[in-house]
Design a protein around this ligand. Structure first.
Ligand code: GCO
Ligand code: MG
Length: 416
């Protein structure tokens, strides 16, 4: 006897993956997208963008993933994840996990379309009305950064990340010429920037003192140290920032060795966020279980998709660690769409980074999420609500760009 339920949701023949392709496009910046198609003609899109290393993921998908996808049941999302994770033998790493994420997100998109449901409902339904986001304010000096934060507040933002220039340093992280489109990957080969910690440690607390004096205590303020500090320096900065009540201090020190975070914790109660460069639950296990961080930033595109990030979020929830997904412009609107559905569901959601894409990018990736009153709202269309206009995408060919590097005054390589 036919099962009416399974018929309504398509038979396994309908769900068979018949085609998959990689689309590389540069509408303002480079993006890699995986598009998967089922026999019944349903399409799903997954983001596969790894800033500065885009073609490595494109090749991984084209040569090693797509041949294995054809003929598989698009509904077997978990099994497909395990197949590409365990089956590759070579586990983890940003290239592999970004490729797996692209497949995973495209399959969740297909599932949503087949079930005629927005992704957040498949995950367990709505936990909140909208998703608190933070925007990026930056300035060459304290004055300019203070005015920028004001501009974000007037646009309706309730949370703003603030970065400012450091006297004597050319091109410090997070400060750009183009205010709205801070775009670090600017040149074909890495731009060389210089770094010196003392001036930075001096100016950042002054910036936040000024921001509180000017804009009051209601707005949430965030800051990204971008892996530049030694643990003891990070501890000092976190302590100096305490009076200004940051929402978080991000990437205070590199997390390759999580022990550094113990030192920061010992000296300060400034909340800590980390994880945008992580690609696995194993990168954050000790930080979460040791309660060494407050927010985990690993996001869907670089950490194995919804299937894996859900496990990270569940682990984090047990230790009262909240999510704070990476959302810079090098993560495509496809990731933003999927992340917003995840954020709408996740019980331990904290905040979502939102650096607006440029108009060209928005046109290539039509989407249904929208910003209102400091929050982003995912749409109600089935799946994650973001597609790719392939004809338009073809008009923007790949343009090789790499992230900058940083050196100390004596020429030593440092963390950018
Ligand atoms: C952030 C990030 C970005 C990264 C960029 C690298 O917090 O938004 O640190 O600015 O530098 O995503 O590709
Ligand atoms: Mg960051």
């Amino acid at each position: 006897m036919a099962n009416p339920q399974s018929e309504a949701h398509g038979s396994s023949r309908d769900r068979e993956i018949v085609a998959a392709r990689v689309i590389v496009t540069c509408p303002g910046r480079n993006f890699v997208t995986l598009k998967i198609e089922t026999r019944s003609g349903v399409f799903g899109a997954g983001d596969a963008t790894l800033n500065g290393r885009e073609l490595a993921v494109a090749a991984y998908l084209e040569h090693h993933v797509i041949p294995n996808l054809i003929g598989r049941d698009a509904g077997r999302i978990e099994d497909t994840w395990q197949f590409f994770y365990r089956g590759a033998y070579w586990r983890r790493g940003p290239v592999t996990m970004t490729a797996i994420a692209a497949v995973d997100v495209a399959l969740w998109d297909i599932l949503g379309k087949m079930a005629a449901m927005p992704l957040y409902r498949l995950l367990g339904g709505r936990s909140r009305d909208g998703v608190l986001v933070y925007g990026h304010a930056n300035g060459r000096d304290i004055e300019e950064a203070t005015a920028e934060v004001g501009r974000y507040i007037s646009l309706g933002y309730r949370a703003v990340r603030a970065q400012c220039g450091v006297p004597g340093l050319k091109k410090p992280y997070g400060v750009s010429r183009l205010k709205d489109a801070y775009e670090p990957a600017e040149s074909e080969l890495p731009l060389e920037t210089e770094w010196s910690t003392p001036g930075y440690l001096e100016i950042v607390p002054k910036l936040f003192a000024r921001l509180r004096a000017e804009h009051g205590n209601e707005v949430e303020l965030l800051h990204d140290a971008h892996h530049r500090l030694m643990p003891v320096e990070a501890a000092r900065l976190a302590r100096d920032l305490e009076p200004h009540r940051l929402f978080w201090l991000e990437d205070a020190t590199p997390a390759d060795n999580p022990d550094g975070f113990e030192l920061i914790r010992r000296h300060s109660v400034t909340p800590l966020a980390v994880g945008e460069v992580f690609n696995s639950i194993w990168d954050s296990k000790r930080l979460i279980e040791g309660r060494l961080i407050d927010f985990i930033r690993s996001t869907i595109v670089h950490a194995g998709g919804i299937t894996h990030v859900r496990r990270i979020a569940d682990l984090a929830a047990m230790y009262q660690v909240r999510t704070g997904f990476h959302g810079a412009t090098d993560l495509s609107p496809v990731t933003m769409g999927a992340a917003l559905h995840f954020d709408t569901w996740a019980p331990n959601f904290g905040i979502q980074e939102y650096m607006r894409h440029c108009e060209q990018t928005d046109e290539v990736f039509p989407h249904d999420y929208l910003f209102r009153d400091g929050r982003l709202h995912c749409g109600e269309s089935p799946g994650h609500g973001v597609s790719i206009d392939e004809k338009l995408a073809a008009r923007f060919p790949y343009s090789p760009k790499q992230l900058p590097i940083a050196r100390l005054e004596d020429g030593s390589m440092w963390d950018w």
